[in-house]
Design a protein around this ligand. Structure first.
Ligand SMILES: [Zn+2]
Length: 119
């Protein structure tokens, strides 16, 4: 299977990371296509949602080509996510109404992120 790399950031300016799954793209890309992993966030065509559900404060980026076969993706909790670039650490919190809708596989990553940022 050809890896799909169309979710990679199209530029290194105005990068943001999804607070739910860590996917890194430009704010324009989030505006155009939303987050491929987090349809429940309704990011496309919605600058308010992009502001509250993604963050420009993240560090470390890992590129994942085959998430189901990558130990990094597994460790990050992204093994069920689309191929792309993912932030290693995120700063910020999802709005609480979005937290309730978060799929369990992403919840694992989010909870660990919280634990690390509080320690
Ligand atoms: Zn996401």
């Amino acid at each position: 299977m050809e890896p799909k790399l169309d979710v990679c950031p199209s530029s290194n300016k105005h990068l943001r990371a999804c607070l739910s799954c860590g996917l890194v793209k430009t704010s324009d890309q989030f505006f155009e296509t939303g987050c491929e992993n987090c349809a429940y966030l309704d990011l496309n065509d919605n600058n308010d949602a992009i502001d509250s559900c993604t963050t420009a404060r993240f560090y470390g980026i890992v590129s994942v080509i085959d998430p189901s076969d990558s130990w990094v993706a597994k460790w990050q909790g992204n093994d069920a996510c689309v191929p792309g670039c993912y932030a290693l650490r995120l700063q910020g919190h999802l709005p609480s109404d979005k937290l309730d809708e978060m799929p369990p596989n992403l919840r694992l990553r989010y909870d660990r992120e919280l634990k690390m940022s509080n320690s």
